[in-house]
Design a protein around this ligand. Structure first.
Ligand SMILES: NC(=O)c1ccc[n+]([C@@H]2O[C@H](COP(=O)([O-])OP(=O)(O)OC[C@H]3O[C@@H](n4cnc5c(N)ncnc54)[C@H](OP(=O)(O)O)[C@@H]3O)[C@@H](O)[C@H]2O)c1
Length: 282
């Protein structure tokens, strides 16, 4: 079955690789990106529709949702893939910590604003998460990391939030026909972490710059896109299980006990809605 597949973060890396493969397989791919030049380059290469939105601006996300709902009465897959690790504690124009907003709050808002279309379409919503093995505890009273900021922890917390969002989306809406999954793409050589000052991430990027280490320890964007493509093309309930977190196409228990905390998932949803009350009141 040919599908309408919206991919955020499709201007580069894993998202662009997934867009190319899904387009080649005959699906209608909608390319969403931040950089106008990079986004248009991918869209022109594929002859695909494109939209620009900077997730550090919630007004951009709201406009994106309006554009997508106007252009598509039916969306089969929303791939919330845009994200990354950023250096320093920065507040967005909306007043939220940047890592939290770009990786969690913005895709949460986009999904909520598209929910009627997604439900009517029986859609799948796919989150590009990460390993959450080293992620410290999420504190619902400090989602902006004001008490303590560490860029690696802020990123890990946001990727854990992707998993919690997936399970809560499943809990709330699977009975209405919507399916959700998150996945860990592995260590993929992309632009990921290029703005980061953390010595650990800089070391990892230096290792990845060596061709031998890269081949042995890292995946290409095409390999990193494999699960996004597989989840987007697959049938939930047959090929994959809604609500689950995947690694190498297998449902996997995330290596962090908070990922299975149902109350935390519900609390995160409620806090996110409260933070976005203004945008959701439209
Ligand atoms: N690479 C890895 O090893 C790895 C591992 C685990 C998870 N991930 C996740 O995989 C996803 C894709 O990352 P990648 O590795 O493919 O990195 P990438 O090459 O840097 O791609 C990231 C994508 O997100 C977009 N983006 C970044 N900031 C944005 C913003 N403020 N607003 C809107 N879009 C924004 C980028 O747009 P521009 O082109 O304009 O920068 C780009 O399209 C991310 O969610 C990342 O957390 C990556």
């Amino acid at each position: 079955m040919k599908k309408v597949i919206v991919i955020t973060g499709a201007s580069d890396g894993i998202g662009a690789a997934a867009a190319r493969r899904l387009h080649a397989a005959g699906h209608t791919v909608v390319v969403v990106g931040r950089s106008p030049q990079k986004t248009r380059a991918v869209a022109e290469e594929l002859g695909a529709e494109s939209h620009i939105a900077d997730f550090t601006r919630l007004a951009d996300v709201t406009r994106l949702a309006t554009e997508l709902s106007a252009a598509h009465r039916h969306i089969d897959v929303l791939a919330n893939n845009a994200g990354g690790m950023f250096g320093g504690h920065t507040r967005t124009v909306d007043g939220f910590e940047k890592t939290f907003q770009v990786n969690h709050l913005a895709p949460f808002l986009l999904t909520r604003l598209l929910l009627d279309t997604l439900l009517a379409s029986g859609a799948s919503v796919v989150q590009t998460s990460s390993t959450v093995r080293f992620t410290k505890t999420i504190d619902l009273d400090d989602l902006d990391h004001d008490r303590h900021f560490d860029e690696v922890h802020a990123y890990g917390a946001a990727k854990l939030e992707n998993i919690l969002f997936t399970s809560e989306l499943h809990r709330r809406h699977h009975a209405d026909g919507l399916a959700a999954a998150s996945f860990y793409p592995g260590n993929v050589v992309t632009n990921f972490g290029s703005e980061v000052t953390s010595p650990v991430i800089r070391f990892v990027r230096r290792v990845a710059a060596s061709p031998i280490a890269r081949r042995a320890l890292f995946s290409t964007p095409e390999q990193g896109a494999d699960q996004l493509v597989w989840l987007a093309e697959g049938r939930p309930g047959t090929d994959w299980r809604s609500g689950a977190y995947y690694f190498r196409r297998k449902p996997t228990k995330p290596r962090n006990p908070q990922a299975a905390d149902v109350d935390l998932a519900r609390g995160l949803w409620e806090r996110s809605e409260a933070m976005l009350a203004q945008q959701l009141r439209r």
